[in-house]
Write a protein that binds this ligand. Structure first.
Ligand code: ACO
Length: 332
């Protein structure tokens, strides 16, 4: 049987920085409030003409280059995004494949909000283990600034743009393999986090009637409570199912939504500060891109070594959630 291994990681963050001070000039807020309530100091914002697929390509190029796997060997491309280049089609994954010059690949997007990267990791793992695919390029890419209402202080302080990518490849060596991925969803919480306009569920007859057609809306406080509960249970379940103790985890990489959520979850799980990966202060919440961007940060800082165990933990709109136990298994 083939196993699936995480071969590489790459990411891209746009150069433009939007600070808390900048936001305080746009809405009634302050650096002090944002820092205390979220831990976010700044976030990156893509150029007007820079698309989600453009950012995904830059992250993917790094992941491919670092993987030791030839571009021609990639047989599937999956993109997790809630801010695709085009509303219905073509998918962002097909655009990324074309810009990378990939041919004869299966390419599609999935929508699982901030849990997107864990979902695509589970899909890549399943395709590889079934023998249907050998090398899967997975990308979490978001231009959230395009779906953020910069007059709503409850949401605009949270979100940023960016992309992260990874190559998941087939191996016969079980010690290199992704150990487990858990994913879940509960649509009864759909109204906590949504883009209520711009789809067939919209109360409007046409897109022209809608102001801010795709802006995100969130019941922040309720989302916060469900997030802490769900993220903690997610990790407890996956560790117990695999007989792994929290001390065996080298890097705990939670979705970067809010420092207070990460701290509450880390404390409940008995994770030390050294185990918890934090990037929320510099990128804000980049939804499906947040986990691969965080893994890329520790990789580029030289903190992520071959054979080390990553524990991923995500939560987002839908509601969706997921966790994964992933050894880092580069080929070089
Ligand atoms: N600046 C100043 N005051 C503010 C701001 C702001 N930016 N935003 C809200 N406030 C005010 C509110 O109006 C309220 O005032 P009131 O007491 O006079 O009514 C007060 O601050 C408290 O508001 P809360 O919403 O209760 O604040 P909370 O402590 O919950 O923090 C936040 C808000 C940061 C949004 C938090 O709830 C949060 O992080 N929620 C979870 C986000 C999340 O994890 N999302 C999931 C993933 S996202 C995805 O899937 C795309």
């Amino acid at each position: 049987m083939a196993y699936a291994a995480l071969r590489s990681i790459g990411a891209y963050a746009p150069k433009n920085i939007l600070t808390n001070e900048d936001l305080a000039k746009m809405v009634d807020t302050s650096d002090d409030w944002i820092t205390k309530r979220t831990g976010i100091k700044e976030r990156r914002i893509a150029d007007k003409n820079e698309t989600t697929s453009d950012m995904g390509v830059k992250a993917a190029q790094k992941a491919i280059e670092r993987s030791g796997i030839a571009k021609e060997e990639i047989d599937m491309v999956i993109c997790a995004t809630i801010s695709p280049d085009y509303f219905c089609m073509p998918s962002t994954a097909t655009l990324i494949s074309n810009k990378l010059g990939l041919q004869n690949v299966t390419a599609f997007d999935i929508s699982a909000a901030c849990t997107g990267f864990v979902y695509i990791l589970s899909i890549a793992k399943a395709f590889i283990e079934s023998g249907m695919k050998k090398n899967v390029l997975i990308i979490g890419a978001e231009k959230l600034s395009a779906i953020t209402d910069y007059t709503d202080r409850g949401t605009c302080i949270l979100f940023g743009d960016g992309a992260g990518a990874a190559i998941v490849g087939a191996t016969n060596d079980k010690s290199e393999a992704i150990i487990d991925v858990h994913t879940g969803a509960d649509g009864s919480f759909a109204d906590l986090l949504m883009t209520p306009n711009g789809g067939t569920g919209s109360p409007h007859d046409s897109l022209e009637q809608e102001a801010g057609s795709c802006y995100m809306q969130m019941k922040g406080n309720e989302t916060f409570k469900v997030a802490v509960r769900t993220l903690t249970k997610d990790v407890e379940d996956i560790l117990a199912a695999n007989n792994i103790a929290s001390e065996q985890v080298d890097h705990f990489v939670p979705h970067q939504a809010n420092y207070r959520i990460i701290k509450a979850v880390g404390d409940a799980l008995g994770m030390s500060d050294a185990q918890v990966v934090l990037t929320v202060h510099k990128y804000g919440n980049t939804s499906g891109a947040s986990i691969p961007m965080a893994i890329n940060d520790i990789y580029e800082e030289g903190k992520l070594k071959a054979g080390e165990l990553l524990l991923l933990d995500a939560f987002g709109g839908g509601l969706t959630w997921g966790s994964a136990l992933v050894p880092f298994s580069p080929l070089r």
